[in-house]
Design a protein around this ligand. Sequence first.
Ligand SMILES: [Zn+2]
Length: 68
Amino acid sequence: MDESALHEKPAEFLAALRDHAGVCDAQSILPADDHYVCHCTCGRWDVSAATREEGLALARAHTAEPGG
Ligand SMILES: [Zn+2]
């Protein structure tokens, strides 16, 4: 499987997310009102950050967790 392949359909994207469940494959940091919502593909990391920079730092800390 080519993990870098683009997922053109939402269903394919969701299937890919499920394939990667439990794996810290990618983190998203999305603006929401006055803060940022951070999510990880492992599905066990959903936090909010005051700034995008803070979100990136939290994401780095999350993926650096031993055994994560
Ligand atoms: Zn994760």
